[in-house]
Design a protein around this ligand. Structure first.
Ligand SMILES: Nc1ncnc2c1ncn2[C@@H]1O[C@H](COP(=O)(O)OP(=O)(O)OP(=O)(O)O)[C@@H](O)[C@H]1O
Length: 244
């Protein structure tokens, strides 16, 4: 089976500075791939290239079957994207946000109606769907933003620190949604600074100074670094210090 994300020697230079340095990896259908690294490691730059938002300096990447350099518009249409500053419209209601995003992704009226009902039912939003988004708690906004990133049934969804600022229980609930989407065959590409979340991924890569320094399942990485947590793996690689 063709990987959903295929990256070969992908680089991005800003002047002389190499933000992403010849990274290569593949992500399969329905896989949850954790993309980790310290601040400034080059994750956002790589993710923007994979989302068709930033042109690579060299190398290649195919996402959902499209070349990010030459078919950026097709890439954008076939992926979902949710960033930490997810772009819900605070002054619109939940229902209006759903309709707005359905429209942006070119869904028909009937599709918007069906998927809107699906989202409202799944998240038990019937009683609040006419409330302005700015009045609902952050955890609900994150779940809504995730549902909207999936509204057009993309093959892959990019989640850039999607669970910032909420308590561990709310984060765990968000992960139930991630597992559900992955079970439905959606490929999940996620950055996070929470190491408990790194443990939940099928595979994890760790970037340091533009390079991928480690890539494997959480248990493979823990074994190869002879530590008992992803936090310790991360400390060894990204911070250059042991923290057993
Ligand atoms: N447009 C730009 N021009 C120049 N340098 C840039 C540009 N965008 C990013 N950089 C630099 O590239 C490096 C990688 O940045 P990037 O945002 O990709 O890191 P990151 O791993 O996503 O960090 P964070 O976790 O803080 O978001 C940083 O040193 C940053 O200053």
């Amino acid at each position: 089976m063709e990987p959903v994300v295929k990256v070969e020697n992908l680089s991005k230079k800003f002047g002389e500075f190499i933000a992403t340095n010849a990274i290569s990896f593949e992500v399969n259908k329905g896989e949850i791939f954790g993309f980790l690294g310290a601040n400034g490691a080059g994750k956002t730059t790589a993710m923007r290239m994979l989302s068709g938002l930033l042109t690579p300096s060299s190398g290649q990447a195919f996402v959902a079957g499209f070349d990010v350099a030459t078919q950026a518009e097709l890439v954008k249409k076939n992926i979902g994207y949710m960033s930490q500053k997810f772009s819900l419209y605070e002054d619109l209601t939940i229902q209006e946000n759903i309709e707005f995003y359905g429209g942006i992704y070119g869904l028909s009226r009937q599709e918007i109606k069906d998927r809107s009902k699906g989202i409202v039912d799944k998240f038990q939003l019937a009683s609040v769907k006419n409330k302005l988004v700015k009045t609902i708690p952050l955890g609900w906004k994150q779940k809504l933003a995730f549902a909207l990133a999936l509204i057009h049934k993309p093959k892959v969804v990019f989640l850039d620190e999607p669970t910032g600022g909420v308590d561990p229980i709310t984060r765990r609930q968000f992960w139930d949604l991630i597992y559900e989407a992955a079970n439905d065959g959606v490929t999940i590409f996620i950055t996070t600074h929470y190491m408990d979340e790194a443990e939940y991924c099928d595979r994890v890569s760790i970037m340091v100074d533009g390079l991928i320094k480690a890539l494997g399942t959480p248990s493979e990485l823990k074994k190869s670094f002879d530590v008992d947590s992803m936090d310790a793996v991360f400390q060894l690689l990204a911070r250059g210090t042991a923290n057993k």
